[in-house]
Design a binder for this molecule. Structure first.
Ligand code: ZN
Length: 167
């Protein structure tokens, strides 16, 4: 893929469904164009449907299985060095920090660590961060911010997460 253009920083935030789904949609588009795509998933305890599809498309997914529920993972979160490793060695076209906002909220990573990742990002790499409650500082640094707004959600009527739709 031609990667001479400057990469942008995206944030998908808000309380509605669709943040990670949008990020994976972009991953699929980029990989389909021959791009090198890495999804770094914070606070993801178990493998889900998207991991099987990602493997088929040549999208690498790196997870932190330690942080979930209300507990933070080990500090520093091993994903931080995984991201800098990808930046340094893999010449990525697209890197997705999925649920990094949740990792911030639960204390798995702190804002200065995210700041360091932003500084370490290669200029041509497109970076996507997802999760609700994106801090103002990150919104200020992003080039594109989309807020997913909940109009309705079946969770409110008590429907549980469904395999194939939510995971
Ligand atoms: Zn972690």
């Amino acid at each position: 893929m031609a990667d001479t253009e400057k990469g942008m920083v995206h944030i998908y935030t808000g309380c509605g469904k669709g943040k990670s789904t949008a990020a994976f949609g972009l991953a699929m588009r980029c990989a389909g164009n021959g791009g090198r795509v890495f999804v770094i998933q914070f606070r993801k305890a178990r493998p889900c449907g998207e991991h099987k599809s990602a493997a088929k498309l040549g999208i690498e997914v790196i997870r932190c299985e330690a942080g979930r529920g209300s507990a933070p993972c080990a500090h520093p979160c091993p994903l931080l060095s995984a991201v800098t490793g990808v930046f340094e060695k893999n010449d990525p076209d697209l890197v997705i920090l999925d649920e990094v906002m949740a990792a911030l909220k639960h204390g798995c990573v702190d804002i200065s660590e995210v700041r360091e990742l932003l500084a370490a990002r290669p200029e041509e790499t497109e970076l996507v961060m997802t999760g609700r409650d994106a801090p103002d500082e990150l919104i200020g640094r992003a080039d594109l911010v989309t807020e997913m707004k909940k109009i309705k959600h079946y969770y409110d009527k008590g429907r549980a997460a469904k395999q194939g739709i939510e995971f």
